[in-house]
Write a protein of this length. Sequence first.
Length: 184
Amino acid sequence: MNHTIIDHLESYLGTIERGWGELELQVAKFTGIPDKGVSTFCTLGLSRTPLPMRDGRLVRQELLVSVAARYQDSAVAGFLLAFSEYVLSKNRALLRGDVVGPAAPLIPGVLASAVYCAMPVFFPDEFATFRGSDPPTVLVWLVPQPAAEAEFARRVGWDRYETTLEEGEVDFWNLDRPPVVGGG
């Protein structure tokens, strides 16, 4: 049994390579996971604050984003820290299928300007929930999206959008990928 959220993360992602942030809210970087040439960034500390879901139940969350290693680490970490502050300011848990944005690019100079909230499907099923907290901590995978794709996901709903992603050739780690938009 994993004793802390850090133990949980490291048991699936490997050793934390680097971190950013203050004592209360941090971002940790893991390299080469879930694929070679990919860096995964995860918040640490967001889960200290239980957040209400739409039905009123509380959940703890940490946020996860995976990007090609060519993107600047500090920019990705900065995005994740700022997005975590946004989530805390809204005092509402992110749910599967939520789309946030589009707004400014997630990091300067990239096409992705929104995120889609999903289960971390590129990791083992057991990774998605840390049960060593009460309530449990859910890991939310933030899928970077270009604006047109965010609008498409909102219009068709999470089930159809995820099916579209599964049927397409999507480079999830590329913050400059073209939108996957079909039908309507």
